[in-house]
Design a protein around this ligand. Structure first.
Ligand SMILES: *[C@@H]1O[C@H](CO)[C@@H](O)[C@H](O)[C@H]1NC(C)=O
Ligand SMILES: *[C@@H]1O[C@H](CO)[C@@H](O)[C@H](O)[C@H]1NC(C)=O
Length: 832
């Protein structure tokens, strides 16, 4: 959707802002003489756009303040997570003391005492800022109150004040970006959330070349946040970031800068937003991936490799070298160690003079060539050793003899750029071709680029696409450029913007703050983690959006501690208690295809967490998650809604169907779903004997042939789950009654017999079993009752919250669905 108006929006906003600011602040100018109001004067005369930052000497006051701050003895590391036995004891002792005797919430950090040295420096800075409008002083004050550097207490209002003044004083793009960020998120209640103003400040900053703002704007136009969706604008901003990313990448050593990546979802460490097995990210098809990427297994792998390596298994030695070279989460890159491992492998194959050791292990040639490739690479790029083209070349030559792809590619690079050899594009192309035939993405990109130079667009595209399959950043860049400028194809804004977005997001290390937020998160400093994560989330990273929502999410489990222990809730600082913000980020993450977030979003609507209860919307979320993405949890939630008549007419038949679908979708959900089914049957039974008017569970085997559980489970085990679901009901008729493979399961599955049977207690089967089932049903009743109670309480509380908010400011923290501003933050909502 594009309106001509959208192009003029920033301009119009600028005008209105200038007029509003001028008219509201100018009259005050006559009565007051503070510097803040002086800026109001300047607002009218100078726009913050395109203002160049002239180099001015740092004033002596600021220099003094800096000196004081630097010399102040401050422990800057504040971790909330206790370490060591003593630390733990102290931490919990203090906690217990507070709970027992003080009986109140832990004090927010704002009430910390300011150190005298720091206080003095701040006084000095404030004087410089107020009297001389000194930009350095303002900037430092803003940073200190925003980040809480030098133990200065965090104060977002103060930070906003200084950033805003600085933004209008000299058009400092960092300050503009920060003001935009604060308007966009309303973080710390410094200002009321206002997406139009956020957009305006980000436009200023982006015009001044601020990469973070460019990225933020790209995402806002891409997703339609605070503005109508606009592909041209999204493309414009994403291209700017992508250009910078590629420029940085190419400015590195031969082969380009390493684009280290720090983005991951914190929730994934706990098996996803709903825990292991229940979340889509750790169940079904994703189950094994999640286990492989977890940190614990990295340690295991390292240990295992080390053991093998010591026993002389060279594959393990090489693996260790590669892991140390590439680095991983929780394993920083270590070039010296990597070199040692690689050389250990190479020495087993080559003698000192470069000749091949005649009695080397069988099959070592390929592995040794790979090791040679990495050794050469490190000399080529000067990693852990002094850069030396000659040494690199000698290693590459050894590897090329054995047909190693990496060596071929690096040789190609040497010839392409004339590093240590005469430049020869033809030779280069031959080497690249050999490596590309082994599907080495870097070589495919170079080869594609050479073909593009020759005008063979079709071949070039093929190679870029091959490399893009590997997620290679440069390949996406080429594809984006070709889509953008219509080279060899129709130019296509949507495709180009999506590709530029991928490039921009892969260059996270030049403009985002994942490292900072991860470090803070791992140290247990949740507030410290929240702010940088939120910045990355604003830039459009789905991972960061999920992280922020995860951090703000208070309902991680139904029986959370906080509902039993009244004080547990209060230990979260006010910054972290923001359900409305959590919902925003669940929504944005869901829009970027995170299914767990979509289900979470449904939960928030269902329980009225951070928004008024909207069961229809919740149902839409669950339906989308369930049907499009096979989320067992969503199916289960839908079953629950039908069972209890939330947002739909109570219907046990439908409830049963959804519970069954949940079971089909996710093997891990077996026990909870079976328990729910049991409870449902008890209710259905009650409904029947009391002649209730709820649509009962019925047998409808006419449409669906009866299928016993043992058949089901046997087929499940024997077939790949994927293809199994495809023809689930086609095959059944043909299947035999007797399944020889099912024998061992028979005794367990006695009571699961069939899908649509009514509850029948067969007491002859054994009293114990029947009693157990009754007991379980009773427990479930209690659980359901508790869940309903809690929900009611949540709703009531939410009502109160909403009322309180409505009193505070007339618009409330977030717009109502019928408010025109609604779209600003919910980004279109689901299914509308
Ligand atoms: C913003 O102002 C501060 C303080 O004067 C300065 O250090 C910083 O480099 C400025 N940023 C930009 C992008 O001009
Ligand atoms: C204050 O702390 C933040 C976050 O740790 C950091 O990015 C910033 O550079 C620090 N500012 C100063 C002036 O030390």
């Amino acid at each position: 959707m594009r309106t001509p108006f959208s192009h003029f929006l920033p301009l119009a906003l600028l005008l209105s802002q200038t007029i509003a600011a001028g008219s509201s602040q100018l009259p005050a100018d006559e009565s007051a003489t503070t510097a803040v109001v002086d800026h109001g004067d300047q607002l009218v005369s100078q726009s913050p756009l395109g203002e160049t930052h002239q180099a001015r000497p740092v004033s002596p006051q600021v220099e003094n303040a800096w000196k004081t701050l630097r010399n102040a003895k401050i422990t800057t590391v504040r971790t909330e997570k206790p370490t060591g036995l003593l630390g733990n004891a102290l931490h919990y002792g203090r906690q217990a003391f507070r709970i027992l005797f003080l009986n109140g919430p832990s004090p927010d950090k704002a009430s910390r005492k300011v150190q005298p040295d720091v206080a003095r420096a701040v006084e000095e800075l404030k004087k410089a800022a107020d009297e001389d409008a000194d930009p350095d002083a303002m900037f430092l004050l803003a940073e200190m109150s925003f980040h809480g550097n030098f133990t200065y207490p965090r104060d977002f209002r103060e930070a906003f004040h200084w950033y805003n003044d600085l933004a209008w004083l000299n058009g400092n793009t960092t300050a503009q970006y920060m003001v935009g960020f604060m308007y966009a998120t309303g973080v710390g209640n410094a200002v009321e959330r206002d997406q139009a103003k956020a957009l305006m400040y980000h436009v200023f900053a982006a015009e001044g070349g601020n990469t973070r703002s460019e990225m933020t704007l790209g995402y806002r136009y891409h997703a339609g946040i605070g503005t109508p969706k606009d592909c041209d604008h999204a493309l414009h901003y994403y291209k700017k970031v992508a250009d910078k990313a590629i420029e940085y990448y190419r400015s590195g050593p031969p082969g380009g800068h390493t684009m280290g990546r720090d983005l991951y979802r914190w929730a994934d460490d706990e098996g996803g937003a709903y825990g292991e097995g229940a979340s889509v990210s750790s169940s079904g098809r994703n189950a094994r991936d999640a286990a492989q990427s977890s940190e614990a297994s990295l340690e295991d792998v390292l240990e295992f490799y080390d053991l093998l390596s010591r026993k002389g298994e060279l594959k393990a030695t090489f693996g260790l070298g590669k892991m140390n070279y590439d680095g991983a989460r929780g394993l920083p890159r270590n070039f010296r160690l990597a070199m040692r491992y690689f050389k250990t492998v190479a020495k087993k194959y080559w003698n000192k003079d470069g000749s091949v050791n005649p009695n080397h292990q069988a099959g070592l040639d390929k592995l040794a060539a790979k090791a040679a490739g990495y050794i050469g690479l490190m000399y080529f790029r000067g990693e852990g050793v002094d850069q030396s083209f000659a040494t690199a070349l000698s290693w590459f030559k050894r590897g090329v003899v054995n047909g190693d792809a990496l060596c071929q590619y690096e040789m190609g690079l040497m010839y392409l750029h004339g590093h240590g050899v005469p430049e020869d594009a033809f030779k280069a192309a031959n080497y690249f071709k050999a490596a590309a035939e082994q599907d080495l993405p870097a070589a495919e990109i170079r080869l594609g680029a050479l073909f593009l130079d020759q005008g063979d667009v079709a071949t070039a595209t093929r190679y870029f696409e091959l490399a893009a399959n590997w997620g290679a950043m440069e390949a996406f860049y080429y594809l984006a450029e070709m889509s953008n400028f219509g080279i060899g194809r129709q130019s296509h804004c949507g495709v180009a913007a999506a590709y530029y977005k991928i490039v921009a997001e892969q260059a996270e290390l030049i403009h985002s703050s994942f490292e900072e937020s991860n470090a803070a998160y791992e140290a247990g400093d949740k507030e410290g983690a929240l702010i940088p994560a939120m910045m990355a989330a604003e830039q459009g990273y789905e991972h960061a959006q999920a992280n922020v929502a995860h951090l703000l999410d208070e309902q991680r489990s139904l029986l959370s501690l906080s509902s039993i222990l009244p004080w547990a809730q209060k230990t979260r600082s006010s910054l972290l208690r923001n359900a409305a913000l959590a919902l925003i980020y669940w929504t944005r993450s869901a829009k970027q295809a995170n299914i767990d977030s979509l289900v979470k979003m449904g939960d928030y609507y269902l329980s009225g967490n951070g928004i008024t209860v909207d069961a229809d919307k919740a149902s839409t979320c669950y339906h989308n998650a369930a049907e499009a993405h096979h989320s067992a949890l969503a199916y289960w939630n839908l079953g629950w809604m039908y069972e209890n008549g939330v947002a739909v007419d109570q219907d046990f038949y439908m409830a049963k169907r959804y519970y069954d679908l949940a079971l089909e979708t996710n093997r891990e959900a077996y026990l909870p779903v079976k328990l729910s089914l049991l409870k449902l049957r008890v209710r259905g039974y009650w409904n029947r004997i009391t002649n209730g008017d709820v649509n009962p569970i019925r047998e409808d085997e006419n449409q669906r042939p009866r299928r016993t559980f043992k058949e089901w489970i046997t087929t499940f085990i024997e077939n790949d789950a994927e293809e199994f679901y495809g023809d689930l009901y086609d095959q059944q008729a043909a299947e035999d009654e007797d399944f020889p493979g099912a024998r061992p399961l028979e005794s367990d599955s006695r009571h699961e017999d069939g899908y649509y049977d009514d509850l029948e207690f067969d007491l002859d089967e054994g009293m114990l079993e029947g009693l157990l089932i009754v007991a379980l049903a009773a427990v479930l009743m209690v659980l359901v009752y508790m869940r309903q109670q809690q929900q009611r309480r949540n709703q009531a509380q939410n009502q109160n919250d909403n009322n309180a908010n409505a009193n505070q400011n007339d618009r409330g923290v977030f717009p109502r669905p019928d408010d025109p501003d609604f779209r600003q933050w919910v980004a279109g909502g689901v299914g509308h």
